[in-house]
Write a new protein. Structure first.
Length: 79
């Protein structure tokens, strides 16, 4: 089931969206639906990572601050 949604955006974004749609031989609705799908997927991914981190913290699977500092120092040296 599809529902109609409307929202306001500035002219520059709309022009850029329409230009992209033209280049891709798609319509505006297709690009907007694709953008919403990507946004939801990315946010669900981030929520999953956060939940995993909370579960690890609750289980006591943490890294000491000093160890993190050492890792960062090693990464800086590796550059």
């Amino acid at each position: 089931m599809q529902k109609l949604v409307s929202f306001e955006t500035d002219t520059q974004k709309l022009e850029a969206l329409d230009a992209l749609a033209s280049v891709q031989h798609r319509d505006r609705d297709h690009l907007l639906n694709e953008a919403v799908d990507n946004y939801l997927e990315l946010n669900n991914y981030h929520i999953g990572l956060i939940q995993r981190g909370i579960e690890q913290a609750d289980a006591g699977e943490l890294i000491d601050h000093e160890d993190v500092e050492k890792m960062v120092q090693n990464l800086r040296r590796a550059k």
